[in-house]
Design a protein around this ligand. Sequence first.
Ligand code: PLP
Length: 459
Amino acid sequence: MLKSQTPAPDTETRLPSHLFYLSSLRRPLVDRAEGIYIWTQDGRRFIDGSSGPMVANIGHSNRNVLDAMKRQMDRATFAYRLHFENEPAEDLARELAGKLPEGLDRIFFVSGGSEATESCVKLARQWAVATGQASRWKVITRFPSYHGGTLGALAVTGDDALAETFEPMMQVMPTVPAPAAWRDRDNLSMEQRGVRYADMLEEKILAEGPQSVLAFIMEPVGGAATAALVAPDSYYPRIREICDRYGILLIHDEVMSGAGRTGKFLGGDHFDCKPDIVALSKGLGSGYAPLGALAASMRLVQPLLASGGFQHGHTYAGNPLACAAGLAVLGEMDRLDLIANAAGMGDLLMAELTGLAKRFPFVADVRGKGLLLGAEMVADPDTLRPIAPAKKATQRLLDLAYERGLIIYGRKVKGGVDGDNFMVAPPMIVTAEQIGEIVAIIGDSLQVLAGELDLPVEG
Ligand code: PLP
């Protein structure tokens, strides 16, 4: 659903496919995947430099995860959650609760990111109704942002291009600007800008009517819509303070930033701000199974249970096979100390990309946390004038890296942070040597891009 750019596909050499995605053009057929690599059937090897769309956190074909899944397959692959409890779901919920901020210990499983964010919104709404606050239904979101492709998740997504088509079918929610403080040209310090961006939430709440506002949803470390945008530290506690002042729930969408990717279990763990509800997916199943979750405190869940339970759920929720995969993924994260590796390798990658940005000043900002890093490209680093859209800079960069055997992630974003962005987010098992390989390919690709598009190069 998310309109990410992908490398130019191969020319048509196979039978027409019955599948359809963004375009009818064909991608190479995958043969196998291991560690940070993916091989295609025509014998090419790619470095999965973005873990797909930031999914394969623990790397491909992890033997212990595969064995755990096989063991579960031999026992039961499905047992409907309203008929039976299952051990993997119980165990995974307990493990997760142990890794989440204290008190966020009630878990509800789903099968993906959109289901996770939409479930958070529905939980918030049902809590409000159950506690006599039925006037609250608006979920304020940031612009730009991405919280999923189903109509409910899309309604809390700040993206004009997606809204254009589907707006008549959705209850589109109010937005506040994403905190792209690095772009602002004023005399404020970054910390002052952080507070100012947070205060925009308060202004929006007052404009909408505080009693109508249910929740605020944000990614603590931005994902695809903002290429790993991080607000100044001052933003986070101020957001919490404002939500508390007006009785508004804070939802952290950690679908991309969660499950260790940023060098802490949650992206939000880097900041002084505890959410009321958290959405997780992607890295939780790490590509081994479709899996997502929401976590909330008993304070929110109890009124629902008292009023008949959560009026929500999906057939595959809490699926034993998916949960067995998730449990093994968390086990491998601990055993291999992957969160620490994501922090360490993230620092190295950040330093290397920052080095590239010095060589190629059109890379105007490098940002993110751990192994969720992004960079923004502009035509003029002083004025931040964007590269002309007709030049398709992001697409070209992705193609150049792809030709050199590296997959990176990119998306042209409209509004607020409207430069050409790319993201680098390899699996958390990545080594320093592999980081070197990734950075060398990005450097070569930027060099060619600069020549082709006449972008500024140092020296
Ligand atoms: N939330 C965030 C932050 C995401 O990045 C995504 C997907 O990219 C989603 C939600 C939706 O997840 P899914 O594509 O699994 O439905």
